[in-house]
Write a protein that binds this ligand. Structure first.
Ligand code: SF4
Length: 377
């Protein structure tokens, strides 16, 4: 039986740049769409020999806003993947989308080329907040697009939300969570806003126009989501991710379980054959180098020590934590021999607990996860 890997495909185009966004995405490069897809197809085809030795268990087409480009581009990419790689029959194939860029025809095209999971970026239910973070859509478009997606046959939908937005009240956040959970998407991601350098919000923050949300309110919002979503049938399976049973994101689980995957496109990261590497970020550089030179910008070999640390740091993001039995199977040594003292300290601080054969974060640990992870770096 072949081993399985995941495949990530990056589409870096957006209609406009959101004020909080530091992702590798561009809103002023429409003339590069066609050459970018040509280069991307070349990269996907280049991998076909090695990728063919594996089964692809998930494909994640992310961005950027993949739904902002003509659906035919996505269709062609998917057909190329199906012809070049060994996609598992039940492979999870996700597409990231944003309200205001979807139509029924587009959604049908996505279904026809095998996409079976849709992620829709809503972020907040209030048009006032959507404007303040530079989103291109109104909540009404989200509702309409969500309904169109159901009509087009999507039975696995994620909705992305952000809390701790500047000036956002707990009532606004409660309203967002309640309204989204009433729609019953299969998966909901709730991320706490981090104001990143180089973004519009960062400038506003530096100029004193907006404030960072207080930690206390941030946590109140997180706990609200945790409790409310539980009541609506969702379980928290990763620090920021909730799902209905059986709808956990297979692709992201590959990252959290420190398993291997290939990434195609500008700035895409890969972890393959024990090496982590990433492609060139710049759009034009990626396209140029596809034909003359190398598209790989950085690579780093992951040794046994790194792998053990990654297994812990990434795996502890999952609420079910990491299994000491699995650790022993993978690395041939007892996890306590390697990290026993660290775990003991974290357990004494109330950040980690040990249940069954698993180390996992406590509620306090979920709040202070970075304090835990840093111990293993
Ligand atoms: S839609 Fe997503 S990738 Fe595009 S600018 Fe907004 S946050 Fe960034």
């Amino acid at each position: 039986m072949k081993d399985s890997i995941g495949l990530y495909i990056h589409i870096p185009f957006c209609k406009a740049k959101c004020y909080y966004c530091d992702f590798n995405s561009f809103s002023d490069k429409n003339e590069s769409i066609k050459p970018y897809f040509d280069a991307l197809k070349k990269e996907i085809a280049n991998y076909s020999a090695i990728a063919g030795e594996y089964e692809i268990s998930s494909v994640f087409i992310g961005g950027g806003t993949p739904s902002s480009v003509d659906a035919q581009y996505i269709y062609d990419i998917m057909k190329l993947c199906q012809n070049s790689y060994d996609l598992q029959k039940d492979a999870e194939i996700s597409l990231e989308t944003n309200p205001g860029t979807l139509s029924y025809d587009k959604l049908r095209t996505y279904r026809e080329c095998g996409i079976n999971r849709l992620s829709i970026g809503l972020q907040a239910w209030q048009n006032r907040l959507l404007r303040e973070i530079g989103r291109i859509h109104y909540v009404e478009e989200f509702i309409q697009n969500y309904e169109l997606a159901r009509k087009a046959g999507f039975t696995n939908i994620n909705t992305d939300l952000i809390f701790a937005l500047p000036g956002q009240t707990i009532d606004e956040w409660s309203h967002t969570v309640r309204n989204v959970s009433r729609l019953q998407p299969e998966h909901i991601s709730c991320y706490s806003l981090k104001i990143e350098e180089g973004t519009v919000l960062w400038e506003k923050y530096k100029n004193g126009e907006i404030k960072q949300t207080e930690d206390e309110l941030d946590r109140e919002m997180y706990y609200f989501a945790k409790n409310e979503l539980k009541e609506h049938g969702y379980h928290l399976y990763e620090i920021s991710n909730f799902s209905k049973q059986g709808y956990e994101c297979k692709h992201n689980l590959i990252y959290w379980k420190a398993k291997e995957y290939l990434g195609c496109g500008a700035g895409a990261h890969s972890y393959f054959n024990g090496i982590r590497y990433n492609n060139i970020y710049g759009l034009d550089d990626y396209i140029d180098n596809m034909y003359n030179g190398s598209i790989i910008e950085n690579e780093i070999a992951i040794d046994q020590n790194d792998r053990m640390a990654e297994f812990v740091i990434l795996g502890m993001r999952l609420t079910k934590g990491i299994s000491s039995i699995e650790f022993k199977k993978m690395f041939g040594i007892d996890i306590r021999e390697k990290f026993g003292q660290k775990f003991e300290e974290l357990i004494n601080k109330g950040l980690v607990k040990y249940e069954g054969d698993r180390f996992k974060l406590t509620d306090l640990g979920l709040d202070l996860a970075n304090m835990v992870f840093v111990e293993f770096i």
